[in-house]
Every structure is written in C-alpha cells, then in structure tokens.
Design a protein around this ligand. Structure first.
Ligand code: ZN
Length: 242
C-alpha cells in the first residue's frame, strides 16, 4: 500500500492543497495532527481532512482549540492564534476535533502526534527522547509530528542507535532497522529553515519511506493572516521556515 503521510497543517490551506495534489497517487492518506492553529483557514483544512476521510490523530493545537488542553504553556502568538481559531471554527468542526484519537495503528506502523509515552505533548527530537517511544512501539515503524522538523531515529539491529534530519528526496529503508521513528515535518509551518511544505510517502510493500518538500504560495497565506489580524511573528516565520 502506498501511503501519503502529512502532519502539522496548521490551518494553511495553500500548503495543504499543494501537498494533496502531489499525493494523488497515494492509496491511503494519514494525518499526524495539528490540523489547526497558527494559520488563516481552520474550517477549510478540517473539512478537507473530513471529506477525504483521512485517519488522523490529535495534536496539541487541536486539543487546545477544543478546550481539552490548557494553553498556559503556549507562547503569546500561539495562544492568540488558538483564541482566534476558537472563534472562527464551526461547531461541527470543533466537534470533529474532539473525536480525534491519540494513537492509531495502520498496516506495519503506528501514528502519534508527539510520542507514544505522551501522545499530545512530548517532543521527540533526539535518541534519548526517542527511547520511551521505542519501548512502547508494537510495530517496526512509528510516524510522529509536533516538532515540524523532518527526521528519523532508528534502533539498529545491532542494538545501537542512528538518526539524522531528513532532506528533500531522502529515503529510509525501514527493513534495515529493528525499529524506526520518522517525523515527516510540517505541511503548514516548517521549522527546519526550509520554508517549503514537508510530507512523506511510505510504501509498505517495499518498506521505503521518502521525504518530500514542495513550494506553495506563502505570500497568499501571509496576506490572509494579515487580513485576519493574526500575530505578525506567525506571519513572518512562514517565510523563513523557522
Ligand atoms: Zn504543530
């Protein structure tokens, strides 16, 4: 099965549309959470995910917007965007966000927004942070989001660990490892210095994962954010991919 893996859309419809077009050959799409927050089109992004029936896990922004999670630890801009999104979202779309599960299994992989130890909140950006998730993995592969930085961390067959950030076009052969955690990066707010939208393709037959980047109309999103009155730092960062 050919899977298209997306994460951290953050109400960025322009980026989502371009990525979905690129994934037209995927037989099944998967979403790792944070559909909303930061960007100007929360309803449109939620509705697209619903329409396409994409299995999706909950992210911290999804849960903040529904009120199921405290926003006290969000920075000021993120918090303002959460409040803006709460006002903007339709009742139906809010209800949908409340139904999102924390962890899902599919084929030979699991999906979670943060980590398997703390599905909504924990960042996994290093080998030490990955250890609890390796312990809890019931499949050889786990896809994560949350940091918006594409990377892989692997437990090797000899018991050692491996890991690095992933660039456009890089491939990981999952079978080479005992267990693999892959962050597919962010569709709608990349943070690795590359402003292009990030997503992944996983072929469960060949066991090959490939990371992809694609340009989208950043200026158009920034213009919409300005009109919506969203915080300037959130508008600026799209341009830098930070
Ligand atoms: Zn996010």
């Amino acid at each position: 099965m050919l899977y298209g893996i997306i994460s951290d859309i953050h109400s960025n419809l322009e980026a989502l549309d371009v990525v979905l077009n690129k994934l037209y050959r995927a037989e099944q799409l998967i979403c790792l959470g944070d559909i909303v927050g930061y960007g100007p089109n929360p309803n449109e992004c939620v509705e697209k995910i619903k329409e396409l029936n994409i299995p999706t896990v909950a992210g911290n922004h999804d849960k903040a917007v529904t009120g199921e999670m405290e926003v006290t630890w969000f920075n000021r801009s993120a918090r303002e965007a959460v409040f803006w999104t709460q006002k903007e979202l339709s009742e139906k779309n809010l209800e949908y966000l409340k139904t999102l599960p924390e962890v899902l299994e599919e084929d030979d992989f699991q999906i979670v927004h943060g980590s398997l130890r703390s599905p909504i909140e924990e960042y996994v950006t290093s080998i030490s942070e990955a250890l609890p998730t390796f312990e809890k993995m019931t499949k050889p592969l786990c896809f994560i989001g949350h940091s918006h930085v594409p990377l892989f961390i692997a437990l090797k067959k000899d018991g050692n660990y491996d890991g690095r950030m992933l660039g456009d076009g890089e491939e990981i052969l999952v079978e080479d490892y005992e267990k693999v955690i892959i962050n597919v990066g962010g569709v709608g707010q990349p943070r690795d210095g590359d402003p292009r939208a990030s997503y992944g393709i996983y072929d469960s037959k060949t066991k090959i994962f490939t990371l992809h980047r694609v340009e989208y109309n950043i200026e158009q999103v920034q213009e919409k954010m300005k009109v919506a009155g969203l915080p300037q730092p959130l508008i600026d960062r799209l341009h830098f991919g930070r």
